[in-house]
Design a protein around this ligand. Structure first.
Ligand code: ITT
Length: 199
């Protein structure tokens, strides 16, 4: 099988999320020549699948088809144990059309309160998919466990980072040095698997 990526290969990063794009660029640094979906004006496909892996594949395939280049897509989100895994694949959608994550984090707090939940365990998942324009694709998933903490703290990272405290730490991802987050995140764990599969 020719499912290998040479260092220096031109790769489209199929995301319209600036926080993700920044982290993926840091994680992939120096390995590939990165082009973003935004730079190529690629459309944002509707995420119709029911799993992180399914949606990552859907996004990578759409970008590979539209650009003629090898594409990498990330589908990720926060799952809360006491909410039966919500928001999960709906993590971006909980922020509404204005992508207001203050609102999304408040919704998590409100749902926990409604449920009278004491267990604040949560995890971030990240599926990374690579698709070639002629059809083949690879997908992997990484997961990082932690605990939710309210109120949100820290201005770093993006999305739900201000309420997520990774296991073994006492600061949120919102407070953590991005270099440290990028070394341990669900995204980094998924990338380690991708490396094992592709290089
Ligand atoms: P693309 O589909 O264009 O990549 P998106 O933001 O719609 O962008 P997702 O559907 O994968 O992407 O949504 C994932 C959401 O989960 C994202 O908007 C964040 O709010 C949240 N999320 C994922 N990784 C995160 C991280 O490392 N830190 C904080 N929140 C994260």
């Amino acid at each position: 099988m020719g499912l290998k990526l040479e260092t220096g290969a031109r790769l489209v990063v199929a995301t319209h999320n600036a926080g993700k794009a920044r982290e993926l660029a840091a994680i992939l640094e120096n390995r590939f020549t990165l082009v973003t979906a935004g730079e190529l004006g690629l459309p944002e496909p509707e995420e119709t699948e029911t799993t992180f892996e399914g949606n990552a594949l859907l996004k990578a395939r759409a970008a590979a088809r539209a650009s003629g280049l090898v594409a990498l897509a990330d589908d990720s989100g926060l799952s809360v144990a006491a909410l039966d895994g919500a928001p999960g694949i709906y993590s971006a959608r909980w922020a509404g059309p204005g992508k207001d994550f203050g609102e999304a984090m408040a919704k998590v707090a409100a749902r926990l309160e409604e449920a009278g939940a004491e267990d604040l365990s949560a995890w971030f998942s990240c599926a990374l998919a690579v698709a070639w324009p002629d059809g083949p694709a690879v997908v992997v998933e990484g997961r990082l466990d932690g605990t939710l903490r309210f109120p949100p703290s820290g201005e770093r990272g993006f999305g739900y980072d201000p309420i997520f405290v990774p296991a073994g730490f006492d600061i949120s991802f919102g407070e953590m040095d991005p270099v440290k987050k990028d070394a341990m995140s669900h995204r980094a764990l998924a990338f380690a698997k991708l490396k094992a599969a592709l290089f």
